[in-house]
Design a protein around this ligand. Structure first.
Ligand code: CP
Length: 302
């Protein structure tokens, strides 16, 4: 994986993804090391973020590295009209690795094609979020003991949810049965469904959350993505389509875990937070170890 950009989850083979998860276990046991002490990591966030940006920053800090960058482009020369190309070529001079979140689908791929240093896609529009997928896989294997043959229910905004797109694609390596719960307007894109079909895996589509919960080993809740809607009234109409509450987990499988990439808005009642079946805050913590493992691998330090 040395010097290899991660733009789409499939840029890394199943074996490479599993290797990252294995290395992450070591960082979970020993997260403070100085392996990045001679490295500068650039973190370019053109879109808001709490977990991805700060878990990367935490990961770099705990490994003794330096992080430079911005959390909004409005106080950079992008505001003066500088292109993404020139921004990347400039920042590549100052850093060993670039982490980028950008609202434009395909922007991370473009950056990886012109950058002399590797690019990690921290989310490009509604397309993909591959580092979230690695931490989701890590969370699933930690809680289920396996990635194989699981029933995974995805709930909410399956159309715009980039974490959903990349995780579905990754789980196609593990004989997953998919349960897809969404309003009719927010169904999983046909390109992602085609990916499941081509691998001859089963998927079931629902509009009611209650219909999918009983068979799920993993319940992957997502937020309806207000920022992707062109019609605010349509968002208002469907924004509270699914709200998971504690009592809905009563008759679920013993091993079920509720994941959510976060941020949460209304889709999980806070009364679920103390339920042993809730795992979303631990999931966010796992992001630090997985991102440490990813950067160490790309920089040839693991
Ligand atoms: N999961 C995730 O991408 O969260 P942030 O938008 O806070 O980074």
């Amino acid at each position: 994986m040395k010097n290899k950009s991660l733009v789409s989850i499939n840029d890394y083979s199943k074996e490479e993804q599993l290797k990252i998860l294995e290395i992450a276990k070591g960082f979970e046991k020993n997260p403070v090391q100085d392996i990045l002490k001679d490295h500068v990591i650039a973190s370019l966030f053109f879109e808001p973020s709490t977990r991805t940006r700060l878990s990367f920053e935490s990961a770099v800090s705990r490994l003794g590295g330096k992080i430079i960058g911005f959390s909004e482009a409005s106080n950079t020369s992008v505001k003066k009209g500088e292109s993404l190309r020139d921004t990347i070529l400039t920042i590549a001079n100052y850093s060993d690795l670039i982490i980028m979140r950008n609202p434009i689908e395909g922007s991370a791929r473009f950056a990886s094609e012109i950058s002399p240093v590797p690019i990690i896609n921290a989310g490009d529009g509604a397309n993909q979020h591959p580092t979230q997928t690695l931490l989701d896989l890590y969370s699933i294997i930690k809680t289920q003991g396996t990635l194989d043959n699981l029933h995974v229910a995805f709930v909410g905004d399956l159309k715009y949810g980039r974490t959903v797109h990349s995780l579905v694609i990754a789980l196609c390596n593990y004989n997953t049965t998919f349960h897809l719960v969404s309003p009719l307007e927010l169904k999983l894109p046909s390109s992602v469904k085609m990916y499941i079909k081509e691998r001859k895996l089963a998927y079931h589509q629902y509009t009611e959350l209650e219909d999918a919960i009983p068979s799920a080993d993993v319940l992957y809740m997502t937020r309806i993505q207000k920022e992707r809607f062109s019609d605010p009234l349509e968002f208002e109409r469907i924004k509270n389509s699914y709200i998971l509450s504690n009592n809905m987990l009563d008759n679920t499988k013993e091993n079920i875990k509720v994941l959510h990439p976060l941020p949460r808005v209304n889709e999980i009642n806070i009364n679920v937070d103390t339920n042993p079946k809730a795992y979303y805050f631990e999931q966010a913590l796992n992001g630090v170890f997985v991102r440490q493992a990813l950067m160490a691998s790309i920089l040839g330090l693991s």
